[in-house]
Every structure is written in C-alpha cells, then in structure tokens.
Design a protein around this ligand. Structure first.
Ligand code: GLU
Length: 408
C-alpha cells in the first residue's frame, strides 16, 4: 500500500475522530528518513531505516530484505508500527527498515555481508532507547544475531536490547519465532467466540506459507479448524475436506513450496483469495486485495497477518459486502509484543520467565481485542469497520503523548 493510500485512510479516521489540521499533520510527519546505499562485492543496494513517530517510546519495527522494498513501502510499514505498538499498549513508537535485495539469490555468506553492512551504515540511528530493529519479511534470528554482533563491535559494549528477534543464545526469546502466529490465533479465537462459531465448524484458507503463515496453519489445524487451502509465492493447493498440515510443512521445508503436495487440486494464488471459506488468513505481502478483486472475495471473515494486505479501496468494497476484516495492527501484533518482552529482559538482566512472557502476550492481545471489538460493536454502522475502531484507539494514545509533550 502506498503512503498516499494511508493518507486517504487517515482522512476517513480523522473525520470520525474530529481531528484538526495540526493533529492530522503530526500523524503524517516522519521523525527520520535515512536512506543509504550498501556496497557489497562491488554492487550497491538501496537501504532504509525510517522512524515514523517516537512520541510514546523508541522506534520499533523490523528490517525486511526483499526485491520490492521502496522508500514508500518502508514509510507505510513504519507508520503501521506506530499505530500497532500504540494499540497494544507498548512503550514504543514506530519504525521500519529495508534493503532492496533478493535474498533468495544470495548464499549465506552474502546475506551475512548485507546484514553487517546494514549495521555499519545505520548504527548511529539505532539503539535500545532510540530505535530497535527486529526481523520482518525474509529476515530471521540469525540475521539479527549478525546485526547485534556488528553493532556491539562498533560500539565496543554490550547492548542486546538494541535488536529483538535474536537467537536465544544472545538474549532472544524462545517464543519470538511463533509469536506473530500465536497472537493471530488468540485474536481469531476471541473473534469467533463473539460470532458463536467453533473451530470444528470453521473452514480456513491461508495465503502465505512463510514463518507466520506456516505456524498459524499448524496452530489452527491442531485446534481442529478445517484448513482447506494454502498457498505460497509459487501457487496454491486446495482440498475441501481438509489438508494434512504436518505433511504440508514437511514438503514446504524439503522442496521450498507447498505446490509439491501430492494429488490434490492445484490453484493459482489469485483464485485462492476468491475461494468460499469462513476465514481467509492473509499472511503474504501487501496489496493482495484491492479494488480489482475485492468484489470476488467470498470469505466471511479476513484475518490480516501480513502488514497492509488490503488496500483502502479494497477495504471499502469488503465492508459494503459485509465481510468483516480483523485488521493487521491487531491481528499481527503478537510479534512485537513478544519483542517487547525480549527487550525488557535485555535491559533488566532478565526479569521475565517464559510463563510471564506468555501471560503478557495473552493479556495484551486480549485487552486490545476487547477494546477494539467493543468500540466496533458500539458504533456499528454499515461503514464503520474493526480497522476504524483499532485506529481510533491507537491514534488517541499517540495524540495524548504528543499533547503531553506540548507538540500540539
Ligand atoms: N516485523 C514485525 C511486525 O511487522 C515485528 C516487529 C518487531 O518485533 O519489532 O510487526
């Protein structure tokens, strides 16, 4: 989604909230946009680290390695981090980073070089009380480990709270890898309870089979949901009577795509979005449902695990059709909540046990869901969405911090 699209969405919210010019402008302002070129083996790659807003606390957000990364995309992603961390009540602002590169074309040594070069270039902008990176699309705990190592070498001191999603050996949390999916599972269960629907009666289609998509598929399958379709960037697989997710994961790990799952209906990614299902989980990239295809979507409910998978125009059409969207800033906040627990442990020398962290994740997700759903229900008009409710709650907290600082 382009930042222009976000601006459009924000116009609607500001009408609902009666925001004035100054308040709108402060939400559209970026604290810092750092763009540099990374030089690796004679080639250069564009790279960014952007802080959108840090009125509540240090910038927080992942770094993605992807060939489609652009400044506009990183701006949008950092904006969503500001609203997400605010919605779930974390002491953070919003930030994001990215490198325009295709990691699938690189070997391990080259990826390590890119990771270290990123920190060599951007180290002055990050820190445990300044801006705290984490993994995102096509980055993982090993990459965070190299990045922290490079950062600490440059600074000549330990500062593990500078980066979350690290390997457990460097102060990472054992819960982090599955945290986004676990948060999504909690939210979906809470939502379906309100709809009086049991997992066993619920068909689920999942777009995206990376870390988040694969883990949520496993969790929902274990709870008795009927997963009837999954896809990745190469294509999709469907079986109306349910897929064997254990087998699917094995195939994905061995052959790098779900499409090698034997003797079942193959389907294009586009068609998968249009299947008849109770729940559609979007766990791939941005801009999957737009004005062009929203009309053909037949799911009853959509859970946004990816960031920004539905454009503002797509959202309007889904709303008119009565499809309820559980928005990304709520549904995928489990990752950053667990990053927060990791950060607290890093700066305090480890006060949270695994059980306490699990409790915090559950509590933060449940409270954010309850507040969002109750506001949604209260205001229920045909055009008021759960996304509107989530944004209103988040924006109130951000503007509260800005006012307390005297910036507005
Ligand atoms: N990249 C994740 C997100 O989009 C997590 C960010 C973090 O843990 O800081 O929410």
């Amino acid at each position: 989604m382009t930042f222009e699209d976000i601006k459009e969405g924000l116009k609607k919210i500001s009408k609902l909230m009666n925001l004035n010019e100054k308040e709108i402008n402060i939400l559209l302002k970026f604290k810092r946009i750092a763009k540099k070129e990374l030089e690796i083996n004679g080639k250069t790659y564009d790279a960014w680290r952007i802080v959108h807003n840090d009125s509540i606390g240090p910038g927080k957000g992942g770094i993605r390695f992807h060939p489609a990364v652009s400044e506009d995309e990183v701006k949008s992603l950092s904006f969503w981090m500001t609203v997400k961390t605010s919605l779930v009540g974390l002491p953070f602002g919003g930030a994001k980073g990215g490198v325009k590169i295709n990691p699938k074309e690189l070997n391990k040594e080259e990826i390590e070089k890119v990771s270290r070069a990123y920190i060599k270039t951007f180290n002055e902008f990050i820190g445990e009380d300044k801006d705290i990176p984490a993994p995102d699309v096509y980055t993982n705990s090993q990459i965070m480990g190299w990045m922290l190592d490079e950062f600490e070498k440059i600074k000549g001191r330990h500062e593990p709270g500078t980066i979350t999603g690290k390997p457990v050996e460097l102060g990472g949390s054992i819960l982090r890898e599955k945290a986004t999916s676990e948060g999504g599972r909690i939210i979906l269960n809470l939502f379906l309870e309100r709809m009086n629907k049991k997992p066993r009666e619920t068909r689920v289609v999942i777009q995206g089979f990376g870390n988040a998509g694969m883990n949520i598929a496993k969790m929902l399958h274990d709870e008795g949901y009927n997963i009837i379709g999954v896809s990745d960037s190469k294509g999709g697989i469907i079986n109306k009577s349910g897929l064997d997710i254990e087998k699917m994961i094995k195939i994905k790990k061995e052959k790098d795509s779900v499409i090698y799952y034997p003797d079942i209906g193959k389907i294009y990614n586009k068609e998968l979005l249009e299947l008849e299902t109770d729940v559609l989980v979007l766990a791939a990239l941005e801009n999957q449902i737009t004005e062009k295809n929203a009309d053909r979507v037949k799911a009853k409910y959509i859970l946004e695990i990816a960031n920004g998978p539905i454009t503002s125009g797509g959202d309007d059409i889904l709303c008119k059709k009565g499809i309820i969207v559980i928005p990304d800033i709520l549904a995928n906040a489990g990752g950053v909540v667990t990053s927060y627990c990791e950060w607290v442990n890093n700066i305090t020398g480890g006060i949270f046990s695994k059980e306490v962290m699990e409790g915090i994740l559950k509590e933060k997700m449940t409270t954010a869901f309850r507040r969002t759903y109750e506001l949604y229900e209260e205001q229920k008009t045909k055009t008021f969405t759960m996304r509107n409710a989530a944004y209103i709650i988040a924006i109130k907290r951000i503007l509260g911090a800005e006012k307390a600082r005297g910036s507005i």
